[in-house]
Design a protein around this ligand. Structure first.
Ligand SMILES: Nc1nc2c(c(=O)[nH]1)N[C@H]1C(S)=C(S)[C@@H](COP(=O)(O)OP(=O)(O)OC[C@H]3O[C@@H](n4cnc5c(=O)[nH]c(N)nc54)[C@H](O)[C@@H]3O)O[C@H]1N2
Ligand SMILES: Nc1nc2c(c(=O)[nH]1)N[C@H]1C(S)=C(S)[C@@H](COP(=O)(O)OP(=O)(O)OC[C@H]3O[C@@H](n4cnc5c(=O)[nH]c(N)nc54)[C@H](O)[C@@H]3O)O[C@H]1N2
Ligand code: SF4
Ligand SMILES: [Mo]
Length: 898
């Protein structure tokens, strides 16, 4: 039977509505929900490919697993044993060492209901605030910024403002990649009204920067100087709303005194930009009828992330660019439920429903609502400190759910050390191959997207229902259920009562959460599953009796502070935590790619999603590369004071000289190292405790690895092959693996590796891991003198796989052969002399698989964007590639003349 289920996409904070098609318990298709107010039917490449991530059960965690002795292998166990063991070990540590000896590290990708139960377990039952989440790496500077300025968390804006803004300031946000569907809305608004101005503040020339009216390519970490300089200019030009400042704010005079030190020339010098560009940005911002800023990790992931947020909010308050349509400081949430996690207070520094740990009245309210006493008044340890406490033995047991800290935390060597030393580690995961899973003493199988139900809140405070379209595979269970079961058991052990966890469904959890918000700034007393299902997704606040949620906040100039006034904060510019020097001369910036999601446990299962960026890379400016004698494709060692890894070099003009960029995504599942966080700094912001994941100091040197390998295998289960190859990667100085679709719609696996010398025995293990044949279906060629070795595997008259070791000339041609999935004509041994082919064309449009050369050829013939869409089809489906097509358009000479 075919079913269609209304739910949401599980990736980014845009929170797109989806319609999930399923047949016989399998998810078969997806479409954007035309009625969802975030996307009105649109989806980006990641959302569109979600069904492909859940169709195979290879690599899923399907049963609980328990490690019975230290150093032993984990073994499959039943749920009762696993739940009992977790409860017993946690209760034991709490009884012996106190509640702060345990910790929970959870995720903005959990549903609100999952989050709520975790938070109640930690704070309400165990009475520790040691519960933090990956939102610490993501949103916590935005939270402190909003709270300090407005008195409460959450953006004052909504998505409609995207269409109403006249000036859009993108600050440290690469929306074209990270929030693509919202970016489509902005593109359309700009196309409809050419007077709309875009200012992009980003050290890199992103696709968006290339499209902007003004790109401020500031030195990494200098945003505060920029915003202070802009404010100086607004004051000078009289572009302030003095009446608004007087009536609705405090602190302007101290700020004014501070920004005297930031005249445009001084500020522009700090930022490394032109003075007139800074003044232009200030004027466009201040004089605009409606200025909207959209900001994300370029501001938050900084040791001065709170100041960056506050300095930007200062501009909005001073020029009264908020509380009116099209204006306001809009922090884009990264994860689908970063906002929901904040609502339930699921972090070490807050309590449920935006209450504060340090506020006795708030604690008393919560004690009354939960029927408990003695909530801890000590803030818990935020992520970086939490793992440090695990490392030094203060925390003995840690429970990690829906996040992969051995990949995503800064300085991961320390996280690995921490988890290796911990007495007891629980990992609750949906996918088995992540870098954190090996550390689990108990591995709990979680249901994932399409298999679980609850609610999430997107960037504009809009709550949507998430619905299961199919049953969870194997014995996997929804996260809320797992936590609820353990919590009941811990409660029975610690207090021999069982009153706190009566939940029998996500709805029961939601109803309790809702009750806690009544009377708070995020009051959702008027919302229920029934209203969400009948009336669709709703924004908070939505108090009992309200007809609808509230689109914009603070429209009347009354803020959530004690006196109702917003606060200006004097934000002096401070440099990044780690300075560059002669030994570590490059500033490393990290960030996202268009088609991958974080640690790739899901997007890395889909060959088509590798097409846009098949291999990891370190991007460097061409003059820096030339000076070091490095060229595109060379392997380089990137080293910081903490760790090092090898990456292929990508030479580009999109980063400034002195800056290098690496995507955050690759890790031990796809690479021989843990990825770029081997090098990043664990320095944190003093207010938000958010780490500076974007600004390490590194050195880059040629990695002299003369022995090279390219191997591939078509046919067979690519995910199973990947699982077999994964443990071999780390034995080489460089190795990476990826999946690619072939012409038949099957997937193939491609491995690249490099080392000092030939690893003979490893080659044979790789041969077997790839499932390459022996005997007559294998054609081998050895050049002992040059140390080259070629193996080509056949199935019938097709090439099924190959290994080229030593020299890899001809690898591109062989991969093309595999990709074509066409029969081989002529003698088999001719495969070794198959001519060289040009390197593969980059796939720009994923939906229609249109390559760069196809697009540039058409542009050269004079085609415009509309013609490209109608003839090649590129950009006509999800639109994620449109910014890049525009850029190609500008770079092809014939088009410029056209
Ligand atoms: N495709 C994709 N989309 C995603 C995700 C994903 O993994 N993949 N993850 C989601 C999540 S959780 C998040 S948090 C968001 C993140 O979304 P974004 O923050 O938009 O993405 P990033 O690439 O991390 O960083 C944005 C930009 O900040 C710039 N930057 C670096 N340093 C500075 C600086 O000092 N100042 C300024 N002004 N800019 C700087 C970088 O060059 C980069 O272009 O994306 C969400 N969406
Ligand atoms: N250098 C650098 N590092 C960064 C960043 C950066 O920009 N640069 N960005 C940071 C940011 S903003 C973020 S948000 C983090 C993200 O970092 P992580 O949270 O580590 O990212 P994910 O890979 O999304 O991890 C989610 C995990 O949950 C699993 N999972 C999926 N569905 C479910 C489910 O329903 N239940 C359970 N229990 N598990 C599930 C997935 O398989 C995956 O392993 O990375 C941070 N790290
Ligand atoms: S923009 Fe893409 S990744 Fe984000 S919610 Fe929508 S479909 Fe999912
Ligand atoms: Mo994030």
């Amino acid at each position: 039977m075919k079913t269609v289920t209304r739910s949401t996409c599980c990736y980014c904070g845009v929170g797109c509505g989806v319609l999930v098609e399923a047949e016989d318990g399998r998810i078969t298709g997806i479409a954007g929900d035309p009625d969802h107010p975030a996307n009105f039917g649109r989806l980006c490449t990641k959302g569109r490919s979600l069904p492909l991530t859940v169709q195979s059960m290879t690599g899923r965690v399907l049963h609980p697993e328990i490690r019975t002795a230290r150093g032993a292998k984990r073994e499959a166990a039943d749920w009762t044993s696993a739940l009992d063991l977790v409860a017993q070990r946690f209760a034991q540590v709490i009884e012996q060492h106190g509640p702060d000896a345990v910790a929970f590290y959870i995720s903005g990708q959990l549903l609100t209901e999952d989050y709520y139960v975790f938070n109640k377990l930690a704070k309400g039952l165990v009475k520790t605030n040691n519960i933090d989440t990956n939102s610490r790496l993501c949103m916590s500077s935005a939270v402190t910024g909003y709270k300090k300025a407005f008195g409460a968390d959450g953006p004052p804006t909504c998505y409609e403002d995207l269409e109403l803004a006249q000036t859009v300031l993108f600050a440290g946000s690469n929306m074209a990649y990270a929030h693509p569907v919202l970016f489509r809305r902005l593109e359309e608004a700009k196309a409809a009204n050419p007077d709309v101005r875009w200012i992009v503040v980003d050290p890199r020339r992103t696709d968006m920067a290339a499209m902007a009216d003004l790109h401020l390519a500031i030195q990494p970490g200098t945003d505060v100087a920029l915003f202070n300089g802009m404010l100086h200019h607004l004051i000078w030009e009289g572009l302030l709303d003095r009446a608004y400042i007087d009536a609705h704010t405090v602190g302007f005079d101290a700020l004014k005194a501070l920004v005297r030190e930031y005249p445009p020339r001084v500020a522009a010098d700090i930022c490394g930009i032109e003075e007139h560009a800074l003044m232009q940005a200030a004027e466009w911002f201040g004089a605009s009828p409606a200025a909207l800023s959209l900001y994300c990790m370029g501001l938050n992931q900084s040791s001065h992330g709170t100041d960056k947020n506050l300095a930007l909010i200062n501009l909005h308050l001073a020029a009264r660019q908020l509380g009116k349509p099209g204006a306001g400081p809009f922090s884009l949430t990264g994860q689908p439920n970063a906002m929901g996690g904040r609502e339930v207070g699921g972090m070490a520094t807050m309590l449920a429903a935006h209450r504060d740990i340090g506020n006795a009245e708030h604690r008393a309210e919560l004690e009354a609502l939960w029927g408990v006493s003695g909530l801890s008044d000590r803030p818990g340890l935020p992520a970086v400190e939490m793992f440090e406490a695990v490392r030094n033995g203060k925390i003995k047991a840690v429970w990690i759910a829906c996040t992969n800290p051995v990949h995503s935390m800064p300085d991961i060597a320390r996280v690995r050390e921490a988890l290796a030393r911990a007495e007891f580690v629980v990992v609750q995961e949906a996918f088995a191959q992540t870098d954190t899973v090996p550390y689990a003493d108990v591995l709990l199988p979680a249901a994932s997207w399409g298999e679980k139900s609850g609610t999430v809140t997107n960037s504009e405070r809009r709550i949507s229902r998430v619905q299961a379209a199919v049953d969870a595979p194997g014995e996997a269970k929804p996260d809320w259920w797992i936590v609820n079961e353990v919590a009941r058991r811990i409660e029975a052990r610690l207090s021999s009562m069982s009153t706190l966890f009566p939940f029998d469904s996500p709805q029961a959890v939601f109803d309790e959460h809702r009750a806690l918000t009544v009377g708070r700034d995020l009051d959702i007393g008027g919302l229920s599953y029934a209203t969400l299902e009948a009336q669709g997704p709703q924004q908070w606040p939505f108090a009992a009796g309200a007809a609808h949620g509230q689109a914009r906040r603070y429209a009347d100039g009354t803020f959530a502070t004690g006196d109702g006034r917003a606060r200006f904060h004097a934000t002096p510019y401070l440099p990044v935590a780690e300075s560059v020097d002669a030994r570590y001369p490059f500033r490393l910036v990290t960030g996202r790619l268009r088609d991958q999601w974080h640690g790739m446990s899901r997007t890395g299962r889909v060959g088509a999603l590798f097409a846009h960026a098949p291999e990891p890379a370190l991007t460097m400016h061409r003059t820096d590369a030339a000076r070091r004698g490095l060229k595109d494709g060379d392997l380089v060692t990137v080293a910081s004071r903490r760790g090092a890894l090898v990456l292929p070099l990508q030479v580009s003009d999109d980063v400034a000289s002195g800056t290098v960029f690496a995507p955050m995504h690759w890790n031990g599942q796809f690479l021989n190292s843990g990825g770029i966080n081997e090098t990043t700094v664990p320095a944190v912001d003093p207010h938000s405790a958010q780490p500076e994941l974007k600004h390490a100091a590194v050195r880059v040197q040629a990695a002299d690895l003369p022995w090279r390998l390219v191997a591939a295998r078509r046919g067979g289960d690519a995910l199973a092959l990947q699982a077999a190859v994964q443990p071999l990667l780390r034995e080489r100085r460089y190795a990476s693996v990826r999946i690619e679709p072939d012409a038949d719609g099957n997937e193939m696996l491609i491995v690249s590796a490099a080392d000092l010398r030939a690893p003979a025995e490893w080659l044979n293990r790789l041969h077997d891991a790839l499932g390459l044949p022996h005997g007559e279906d294998l054609l081998e060629y050895r050049d002992a003198r040059r140390g080259h070795e070629k193996r080509v595997a056949w199935r019938d008259n097709m090439i099924d796989g190959f290994m080229l070791a030593g020299g890899t000339n001809g690898a591109a041609a062989l991969i093309d052969r595999l990709r074509e999935a066409a029969p081989w004509s002529g003698p088999r041994h001719a495969v070794f002399v198959d001519g060289k082919r040009p390197p593969r064309d980059k796939v720009i449009c994923n939906c229609k698989q249109v390559t760069q050369s196809q697009i540039t050829a058409k542009i050269a013939e004079g085609a415009d964007l509309a013609e490209l869409k109608s003839t090649l089809g590129c950009g006509s489906v999800c639109g994620s590639c449109v910014p890049e097509i525009r850029r190609l358009y500008e770079s092809v000479p014939a088009a410029a003349a056209h």
